[in-house]
Structure formats: C-alpha cells, structure tokens
Design a protein around this ligand. Structure first.
Ligand code: ITT
Length: 201
C-alpha cells in the first residue's frame, strides 16, 4: 500500500504547487480537506520559518497520525530589513491589499531587491521533524504582471528573467521557486538511506 503524505496548509496556492512538486514520489497525497475531521492549524508562535514549519507539521502529524509536510514561507525585502518575512501572510488583510501596502511602504525605492524564502518541515506522527530550506532571489516592481501563482507573485520579478513569478507557467515556477528548492531537498532526504530509516522509525 502506498504511504500517505498529508499537506498541512490552508493555503490553496501552496496545495496546488506542493502536489505538483511531490508527484514523482511514491506517496498518496492527502490534504486537510480530505480528512473526515479537519484538524485546526496551530498558531504560528515561532520566530523563524523553521520553527513555524515544524510547529505546523508536528502538531498536525500528532493529531492525525499521518506523515505530514508543512511549509512556512515569506517575502523578504532587503531595504525593509527583510520584512514582511515570517509575517507575509499577516502583512495586510488579503492578497491585493498586501501588495498595495508593500507598494506604499516602498514608494520611490521601487524597484528593489527581495527574495522569497521557504522552509518545508516533514513530521512523523511522533512529532519528530526535519526541515529543508529554499530561496529565490528577485526584485519588487511597481506594477502587477501576470495571473499565475499566488500571493506576491505578480510584483516579484525573478532574478535573471524578464518575467514575474506570476508570468511563469506552473512548471517554470516549480523549477526555480523557493518552495521547489525546499521540496527538492526534502525529497532528496526521503530517498536517501538516512531518510528511509527516519521514515520507518
Ligand atoms: P499555511 O500557514 O496554512 O500554510 P499561509 O498562507 O498562512 O498558509 P505562511 O504563514 O507560510 O502560510 O505565509 C506565507 C505567505 O508568504 C503567503 O501567504 C504569501 O503571502 C507569501 N508567499 C509564500 N510563498 C509565496 C509564493 O510562492 N508566491 C507568492 N507569495 C508567497
């Protein structure tokens, strides 16, 4: 029987990307919506992406008894001292107003250097977790371009490309995104002898 891997996230954009990124692994992917009793996501009380990713993965793994993957991610704008960072989802009330607020705060400093950061945590039902890091560099620009992706993607110009994250196809975003890099590191671990032993522990 194929083992289950639960995606502990309430973010539909993340679910879509994580499903595609994990499709080559030998897991049956389960989302919170697939569970009979949907567990509530825990509060993100950590002060780092790693702490928050591990809180989300381990709390949900212990509640459900399933191998669980969680993602904590954010946008870091260098001239804002890496804000909004771990607070990216809470920077303002919805995706549109978050971008508007970012533009207001940056003003004449646009275009400006930024990066997306992602930490993926895997957790066993015991709560034991491992985490994996990924980042993607770029610039915040003053106008929205493209309709793909989610969140800050329309104003994030990818380094070395003439396109924003939202102008990339999902396959292109999944080649170079912060999330893709973190998930690839987690997949490499799960396929290694150490990772296989950990999954059986
Ligand atoms: P879960 O905690 O339920 O997974 P969330 O959206 O609250 O969902 P985070 O706390 O990790 O997740 O916040 C991540 C935020 O960072 C996300 O809501 C976006 O605003 C931003 N973000 C992360 N990855 C992104 C991406 O690939 N493209 C655009 N914005 C992204």
């Amino acid at each position: 029987m194929v083992a289950k891997l639960l995606l502990a996230t309430g973010n539909k954009g993340k679910v879509r990307e994580l499903r595609e990124l994990l499709c080559d692994l030998d897991f049956s992917i389960v989302t919170l919506d697939d569970l009979d009793e949907r567990p509530e996501m825990p509060d993100e009380t950590g002060v780092t992406y790693e702490e928050n990713a591990k809180i989300k993965a381990s709390v949900i793994a212990q509640k459900t008894g399933l191998l669980t993957l969680a993602d904590d991610s954010g946008l870091e704008v260098l001239c804002l001292g890496n804000r909004p960072g771990i607070h990216s989802a809470r920077y303002d009330k919805d995706e549109q107003s978050r971008i508007d607020k970012l533009h207001r705060e940056l003003g004449a400093r646009i275009p400006t250097a930024a990066r997306f950061v992602c930490v993926v945590a895997l957790s066993l039902p015991t709560g034991d977790s491992r985490s994996f890091y990924g980042e993607c560099k770029g610039q915040i620009i003053g106008e929205r371009r493209g309709a793909g992706g989610f969140g800050y993607d329309p104003v994030f110009l990818v380094e070395g490309m003439e396109k924003t994250m939202a102008q990339l196809s999902s396959a292109e975003k999944n080649e170079l995104s912060h999330r893709a890099r973190a998930v690839r590191a987690s997949a490499k671990f799960m396929l290694s002898p150490e990772g296989k032993e950990w999954l059986q522990s």
